[in-house]
Design a protein around this ligand. Structure first.
Ligand SMILES: Nc1ncnc2c1ncn2[C@@H]1O[C@H](COP(=O)(O)OP(=O)(O)OP(=O)(O)O)[C@@H](O)[C@H]1O
Length: 255
């Protein structure tokens, strides 16, 4: 990966850059999230872990400013997040994407520039350069003129990541990015996310495979509508916390 060091952490102070404070989200009468808090900063990869319906997607959308909060606040670098901004990139779950939509990889990555140029705006040299740089970063130059429907699942994920790089997003919010990838594609995506985090981005992803949380993520939030635990992956992934999260009987310690 050859992109220059990302500027994400230059604003770093003693506080965390992203602060989710006591957030609740309700859909009509259903409480999807309740009293959720976490604080983290750029450079981290944060896993959201929990059973189906635990609120992982809802939290991702709330941080992205895509669903309204019922309670609490979300602050990014000291300012309240109220609606979507260019600093956040959101990748929906695979099944929410229309993969038959006729667009090339380059066309998809160019969409990352629309917040700057407007949908019908002229692309400057700077915009073209950002697109080519993003394609190169995700190793997609050879595939740039292919239709996205003609790509493998792993290549499609990379195309979406390239779009968020072209957008110059600081926070990547990914809904189950590893689902449906084989081992090789998963490994490659893991390497890519590691690089993007090292360059100074914050990565937040829902994740289902408990066996790969530790190698792939620095921090984890265990979630079951309410937060069960948040912290460094190796500290929070205890059998007790997992049992509470997945509503199983906690292991009885030997007497
Ligand atoms: N648009 C919506 N309207 C009403 N209820 C919703 C909506 N979206 C999600 N829900 C409900 O909110 C709860 C949390 O859903 P969410 O999709 O955030 O969970 P999740 O942890 O991402 O689940 P999964 O692992 O199955 O993707 C669920 O009970 C779900 O049915």
């Amino acid at each position: 990966m050859d992109s220059a060091h990302h500027d994400c952490c230059q604003h770093h102070d003693h506080h965390h850059e992203l602060v989710v404070d006591d957030v609740g989200v309700r859909y009509r009468r259903l409480t999807a999230l309740d009293h959720v808090s976490l604080a983290t900063s750029c450079g981290n990869r944060v896993a959201l872990i929990g059973p189906n319906g635990a609120g992982k997607s809802t939290l991702i959308k709330a941080i992205a400013g895509l669903v309204p909060r019922t309670t609490g606040t979300i602050r990014w670098r000291g300012s309240a997040v109220r609606r979507w901004s260019r600093e956040f990139a959101y990748l929906p779950q695979r099944e929410e994407v229309d993969w038959s939509f006729p667009i090339t990889v380059r066309g998809l990555v160019e969409m990352g520039r629309y917040p700057q140029t407007g949908m019908w705006g002229r692309f400057s040299d700077n915009d073209h350069q950002a697109v080519e740089q993003a394609l190169a970063t995700l190793d997609l130059l050879d595939l740039a003129d292919r239709q996205i429907r003609e790509l493998s699942g792993g290549q499609q994920q990379r195309a979406f990541l390239a779009r968020s790089i072209a957008q110059e997003a600081h926070v990547l919010l990914l809904d189950e990015p590893f689902t449906g990838l084989d081992r090789r594609a998963s490994f490659q995506l893991g390497e890519t996310l590691g690089e993007l985090a090292r360059e100074g981005r914050l990565i937040i992803a829902s994740h289902h495979d408990l066996n790969t949380v530790v190698p792939l993520f620095d921090e984890a939030l265990l979630l079951a509508t309410q937060p069960i635990a948040f912290g460094p992956t190796t500290e929070v992934l205890t059998p007790e916390n997992l049992a509470l999260t997945f509503n199983e009987t906690p292991p009885v310690s030997a007497k």
